[in-house]
Design a protein around this ligand. Structure first.
Ligand SMILES: Nc1nc2c(c(=O)[nH]1)N[C@@H](CN(C=O)c1ccc(C(=O)N[C@@H](CCC(=O)O)C(=O)O)cc1)CN2
Length: 286
């Protein structure tokens, strides 16, 4: 079977070029979209992602601030940083890089971010808006998956989408986005018995659990579309997906690689959400 590899960069660049144009127009109105990224501690992967976000934002003419604090920070101190950013008129988007140290309650932090600046789309108000099919800031990885499928001409309506993983960041919201676009959705997770029974029925399979090579050819229907959201870092420095790519290359009709598949889309949709937040501000002034 001819398998199309769904690289993220062509889709990401297409969106980033459009965003760059919008940023230029906003700057003509004296608005420079700005994201403030809060990072706690020295988790190496998080440090890398935050650097990539800043570089990508600046490349399209946005501003990006990184607010770095020690891993010993208290929850109250972190809440105060968020309050400050909520009131900063120059910050359009706020992102707190996850994971956070264990003394911090993630929910308390994410709920403190103003829903209008919640460019990660993790605030319950944005999650709720997504669930009822309203306009919202959609979480960046699921949003990126939808845009990536669209870029490669895949219509999800009436398709059976099986999602492995039920995290707030990827699994749950991507299922809701699929439902909103008329897909039939099945969720699988760590307690699902006979995972393969479900995954092998998928027209579109999305795997987001962070377990290297969990899914192989035996788990996938021939000709299915496979989206791999896994990023497992190996001691060698290699990053592996949740799907055994080599095993599926002649078996799936479309498949994302890891790296360079969904990853670049996550960053792009963060830029998209921040520009959207800045545009809303401009429209409020009308
Ligand atoms: N506040 C948030 N925290 C986290 C999120 C998030 O969306 N918001 N998601 C992940 C980390 N993440 C972005 O923050 C992210 C993860 C992976 C990639 C990526 O491009 N991965 C590469 C592979 C890794 C590599 O080569 O270094 C790829 O798939 O091509 C981007 C962003 C958790 N935290």
């Amino acid at each position: 079977m001819d398998t199309t590899i769904m690289y993220g960069l062509p889709a990401a660049n297409h969106i980033r070029n459009e965003l760059q144009q919008t940023v230029t127009e906003l700057k003509d109105q004296r608005i420079t979209p700005k994201i403030s990224v809060v990072i706690i501690g020295d988790h190496p992967a998080s440090q890398t992602y935050v650097r990539i976000k800043k570089k990508a934002a600046e490349k399209i003419g946005m501003e990006a601030d990184i607010i770095q604090r020690e891993s010993t920070i208290t929850q109250d101190e972190l809440l105060r940083i968020i309050d400050h950013l909520n009131h900063d008129p120059n910050t359009h988007g706020i992102l707190v890089q996850l994971p956070l140290p264990e003394q911090i309650n993630d929910h308390a932090i994410l709920e403190r971010i103003s829903p209008e600046k919640d460019v990660d789309g993790f605030h319950p108000i944005n999650m709720g808006r997504l669930a009822v099919g309203e306009d919202a800031f959609y979480p960046c990885t699921p949003f990126g998956i939808m845009k990536l499928l669209d870029f490669y001409g895949i219509d999800v309506a009436r398709q059976h989408v099986v999602i492995v993983g039920r995290s707030h960041i990827v699994g749950k919201p991507v299922g809701q986005m699929m439902l909103n676009q008329d897909a039939t959705v099945t969720y699988c997770h760590s307690k699902t018995e006979d995972l393969s029974y479900y995954t092998s029925q998928a027209d579109i399979l999305i795997v987001a659990v962070g377990r290297a090579h969990l899914i192989g050819q035996q788990d996938v229907k021939k000709g299915a579309v496979v989206v791999d959201v896994g990023n497992s870092f190996q001691p060698s420095g290699e990053v592996l997906g949740d799907v055994n790519f080599d095993d599926l290359q002649q078996h799936a009709s479309f498949i994302t690689p890891v790296p360079k598949g969904v990853g670049p889309m996550t960053i792009t949709m963060l830029l998209y959400n921040t520009v959207k937040a800045a545009k809303r501000l401009m429209n409020e002034g009308d």
